[in-house]
Design a protein around this ligand. Structure first.
Ligand SMILES: Cc1cc2nc3c(=O)[nH]c(=O)nc-3n(C[C@H](O)[C@H](O)[C@H](O)COP(=O)(O)OP(=O)(O)OC[C@H]3O[C@@H](n4cnc5c(N)ncnc54)[C@H](O)[C@@H]3O)c2cc1C
Length: 399
């Protein structure tokens, strides 16, 4: 049996390693247009490769996937984050956990791609780099690709985010030509932009934990750390918000609660306890000075006055601003998205095998599918889990 895997990213490498290590007689070819394996794996996690998550509770895990969680459940059970960790450690990549993020102890993404290279060398996998696939045609029971015949094809060409890495969305066209539909695509895990003049004054200010509410076609709420940039807002909380709102049209209004742990009443009490301090000092326990300066300017309140000397109405406006800071957003930072939301319709792919329900012998894995997760190793986890399942299924293994 001849199997072709198109795309040597995380999903393709995992599918190939799974087949290679199965001791089957299958002839395996892995093809990628790049000169190296796993180009996106190499830049993931700032080059340190946050390869999965330490989240072990399946329900909590699936909450990190705004699209496709239900469909992904089988693959995630079969190759759960903890099994992924065991797999990498068994393949000579010792891991470490930072918070809930899992990295190679070496902090080197290259250790991961070198390990896959070793598997392919040891099992005589034909790895064709610098080789692009232009189209995939059905040919009898199998497929014709680049003038060669294959019995089975696994497409793992990724999404279209960071297209300079080779992931240019080619797989959408291959899948479409083989009868599949592609759901609308959108940028996710991205910073958000704002053209408010005061944004420059806050560039670099980071907030440990804030609660966000974004009002679009739907209401999106999430908490997390974030920072102001020269052009808007960024950081894990904003990435998660951008993920929830990936399909919303801008402009949108963001409301930020900078003091999520205290309600209005508790915050008012704290200020009155500190009534002899300036308002700036009294509030500095809850927000950085530069942010307070922007708030005071917006509200025309003199923060240098003692809290006791400030009109109750103005104190309430300041508290309202800290609890429900309104910030107009005009878009997503162009070209900076980490992941593509949307992809091959999940209705047309068997979640237990990754095989196409439309074309027998055709399998998919990774970001190309209509699945995506938050930052923190959740997207590579999709790639490992679906890639492994696609590899096993292409071999015809019972799962
Ligand atoms: C900057 C950045 C940082 C990230 N950090 C993290 C992180 O820390 N943790 C995490 O979980 N996720 C992270 N992600 C997301 C994660 O890297 C991706 O979701 C994941 O790599 C997708 O894997 P994939 O195998 O589906 O696709 P890809 O990794 O995109 O691989 C697809 C491969 O297919 C090849 N290809 C495409 N078309 C063709 C063609 N026509 N012919 C031949 N080859 C082709 C491409 O060259 C590419 O190598 C990050 C992404 C970016 C951009």
């Amino acid at each position: 049996m001849k199997i072709l895997i198109i795309g040597a990213g995380a999903a393709g490498m995992m599918a190939a390693a799974t087949i290679a290590e199965s001791d089957s007689e299958a002839e395996l070819c892995l093809i990628d247009k790049n000169a190296v394996l796993g180009r996106k794996v190499l830049i993931s996690g700032g080059g340190r490769c946050n390869l999965t998550t330490a989240e072990s509770d399946m329900r909590a895990l699936m909450e990190a996937y705004p699209r496709g969680a239900k469909w992904l459940r089988f693959a995630m059970h079969e190759f759960s984050p903890s099994t992924v960790c065991e797999w990498f450690e068994a393949h000579g990549i010792p891991l470490k956990t930072e918070g809930v993020k899992v990295y190679p102890q070496s902090n080197k993404g290259t250790d991961v791609t070198d390990m896959f290279q070793k598997i392919f060398d040891n099992h005589n996998v034909e790895v064709l780099l610098n080789s692009s696939v232009e189209n995939v045609e059905k040919d009898g029971d199998g497929f014709k690709v680049n003038e060669r015949y294959f019995d089975k094809v696994i497409i793992t060409t990724g999404g279209s985010a960071y297209s300079q890495t080779g992931s240019t969305g080619d797989g959408y066209a291959f899948a479409r030509a083989l009868g599949h539909s592609i759901t609308p695509l959108a940028a996710t895990l991205t910073s958000l932009t704002s053209s408010e003049p005061w944004i420059q004054d806050l560039a670099g200010v980071s907030i440990e934990n804030a609660k966000f509410k974004l009002l679009g076609k739907e209401k999106h709420e999430i908490s997390g750390p974030f920072l102001f940039t020269h052009k808007g807002v960024s950081g894990p909380g904003i990435f998660a918000l951008s993920s929830l709102s990936a399909f919303e049209d801008f402009p949108l209004k963001l409301f930020i609660d900078f003091v999520p742990d205290l309600d209005y009443e508790a915050l008012t009490k704290q200020i009155s306890k500190n009534s002899r301090k300036t308002l700036l000092r009294a509030l500095n326990a809850y927000a950085p000075k530069s942010l307070l300066a922007v708030i005071f300017k917006r509200l025309n309140v003199d923060g240098a006055k003692k809290s006791s000397e400030i009109a109750k109405k103005d104190l309430n406006r300041c508290i309202e601003s800290l609890k429900n800071f309104e910030m107009p957003l005009d878009g997503r930072t162009p070209g900076a998205e980490i992941v593509t939301a949307g992809g091959i319709s999940l209705k047309e792919v068997d979640s237990k095998t990754m095989e196409s329900k439309i074309t027998t012998g055709l399998f998919f894995g990774g970001e190309l599918l209509d699945v995506d997760g938050f930052t923190g190793g959740y997207n590579l986890q999709i790639a490992w889990a679906t890639g492994r399942l696609a590899g096993l299924s292409a071999l015809g293994e019972e799962i």
